[in-house]
Ligand binder design. Structure first.
Ligand SMILES: [Zn+2]
Length: 204
């Protein structure tokens, strides 16, 4: 998790699906932008995400953020690299979210940012965080993931054992086996959970 901490912003500039270019000139259009920003802030969006995905000015976004959460948003660029999405537990969470997001885009006719909001809520329902803990996949990471996929910095591959779609590095689709079918030994505690769910009776 600390691997990507010191890296410069690795978020690709290609913002496929972003709303830049569409101006919210009408009152209704602006109220939709504000509601979108509220939804995104409540789900944990960072400022860079808000600036990219809404037409509201930085000043208005800062004000809205502070009104809603009582604090200013954290400063600085997003430090995420693709590495995080390829580690074991994050990969499972990210893959689930990516599948939901793609379904919403393809079959519900949502644009990318609406699919982000609805898809992220569905992800939280499917894999809710432990009480008092943060979700494994934050909204901002989910958004970054969509950008990485759109810019082909990450791809999805079908596991040849379970048939599920998982996030992989580019060019790694051949003979892919996912982290649930081949659980690494270091997955430790979570592996016990999986074994328990699978009905394993082996003692520790
Ligand atoms: Zn699998």
């Amino acid at each position: 998790m600390t691997r990507d901490a010191g890296l410069p912003a690795a978020v690709p500039a290609a913002a496929a699906g972003s709303r830049s270019g569409k101006k919210a000139k009408t009152v209704l259009g602006e109220s939709r932008e504000i509601q979108l920003a509220i939804d995104l802030i409540r789900l944990g969006a960072r400022l860079q995400l808000l600036e990219t995905e809404t037409q509201l000015s930085r000043d208005r976004l800062l004000k809205l953020y502070k009104e809603l959460l009582g604090v200013s948003p954290p400063k600085g660029m997003l430090p995420f690299s693709t590495d995080w999405f390829l580690t074991w537990q994050p990969n499972i969470h990210a893959s689930l979210f990516a599948g939901i997001h793609r379904q919403l885009m393809q079959h519900a006719g949502l644009d990318s940012v609406d699919a982000l909001v609805k898809g992220y809520r569905l992800y939280l329902e499917q894999l809710p965080p432990e009480p008092g803990a943060e979700p494994v996949l934050s909204l901002t990471r989910a958004w970054t993931l969509v950008r990485f996929l759109n810019s082909s910095m990450l791809e999805t591959a079908r596991c040849r054992q379970c048939g599920g779609e998982f996030i992989v590095q580019p060019q790694r689709r051949q003979r892919f086996v996912c982290g649930l079918c081949r659980v690494p030994s270091r997955a430790g505690k979570t592996r016990k959970v999986l074994d328990a769910r699978a009905g394993s009776t082996q003692p520790d």
